[in-house]
Design a protein around this ligand. Structure first.
Ligand SMILES: *Cc1c(COP(=O)(O)O)cnc(C)c1O
Length: 335
């Protein structure tokens, strides 16, 4: 049966590196959304907790519920208010019209739109929004923003940083003593590794870098690898084809095998065009099927992903997409 291997030491190593840049584990919010980027949220959570992480961010309440017994602080990033918000969780406020829809006393992190224009309120609206939050008895626990291009070498990172600084100062001024317990966070993976340190009053909020990928750092370890097991093997004779549409045609007799992993497991579908090499150097032969693919025989098992960038480059996408699409139904083991 195909499976995902999670390398515990690699994960712990990456967390140590993140914490050293952030100034301690207490200043790291681990983003665990979408099954921890396909790695398995419930599997990684106890490892992160044992390291000293006690703050995670997830997509929605269902994801938060899965982790509620492990972490004290869970921030929900993409919430649709329904008036029955859970007092245990913290909700990102992405839209000012949501203030009146959220249950009283709910804990909030206010999102500031510092130029990404995806979510949040403008710095100019802060005064009015703080007033409204108080009016509706919502508990402001934190203030956050998101970088649009922390991995792009342009000035946008600095423009956004400056806007957030302005927002912070405004909030400090308006709230005075009440601002003392607020948590501010802006840096995602690339921003943290680009900045190398955090402002004294900030936490970071990191996703991908936990799993060993960062444009700005080579000093990380990949956490996930994907493996498939052999279903069958045969000699493909010169001139014979394998798979749907017969797009691979053997130029000479070749020993091939079929492995139990396909696009239903969340892989992008290889259509038999271009050379796609697996980590062991074997080439996928013909189109990938729903639940299997064929390649040169590699023995009983074969590694399909040990670095998501390889597949990402082939399909002209990013490592995030390759990882997050891996089916939650795949077996995951920690080694
Ligand atoms: C996904 C996400 C992150 C994590 O981003 P990485 O680039 O994976 O570190 C942080 N903040 C928000 C709001 C996100 O949606």
């Amino acid at each position: 049966m195909a499976y995902i291997k999670i390398d515990r030491l690699a994960y712990e190593y990456n967390l140590d590196l993140i914490a050293s840049k952030a100034g301690g584990y207490q200043r790291v919010i681990c983003v665990f959304k979408d099954n921890a980027y396909g790695h398995g949220a419930k599997l990684l959570a106890p490892i992160a907790k044992a390291k000293g992480i006690n703050f995670v961010a997830v997509k929605n309440e269902a994801e938060a519920k899965e982790l509620e017994d492990i972490f004290d602080n869970i921030l929900i990033l993409s919430h649709h208010p329904h008036g029955g918000e859970n007092e245990k969780f913290i909700y990102a406020l992405n839209e000012k019209n949501d203030i009146k829809k959220i249950k009283k006393n709910t804990k909030i992190h206010l999102v500031i739109d510092t130029n990404m224009h995806r979510n949040g309120i403008l710095p100019e609206e802060i005064q009015e929004i703080l007033y409204e939050l108080r009016n509706h008895n919502l508990q402001l626990h934190g203030v956050m923003m998101h970088f649009a291009g922390s991995d792009e070498m342009d000035a946008s990172y600095f423009v956004q940083k400056q806007k957030f600084q302005y927002a912070k100062e405004l909030i400090y001024n308006l709230l005075q003593e009440d601002a003392k317990n607020l948590i501010f966070h802006s840096h995602n993976s690339e921003a943290l590794f680009r900045a190398n340190t955090l402002e004294d009053d900030e936490y970071c909020r990191v996703g991908l870098v936990q799993f060993g990928y960062a444009y700005f750092s080579k000093d990380l370890h990949r956490v996930l690898s994907l493996w498939a097991e052999r279903l069958s093997q045969r000699i493909l004779k010169k001139g014979q084809c394998v798979g749907y549409g017969g797009v691979y045609n053997a130029k000479e007799d070749i020993e091939i095998a079929t492995y139990d992993l396909g696009y239903a497991d969340g892989l992008l579908r290889y259509d038999g065009k271009g050379d796609f090499y697996l980590p062991s150097g074997k080439k996928i032969l013909g189109k990938m099927s729903m639940d299997s693919f064929s390649c040169e025989n590699n023995g009983e098992t074969i590694c399909v992903i040990d670095d998501a960038n390889v597949m990402a480059e082939f399909f002209n996408t990013i490592s995030y997409e390759i990882l997050v699409k891996l089916s939650p139904n795949l077996k995951r083991i920690v080694v």
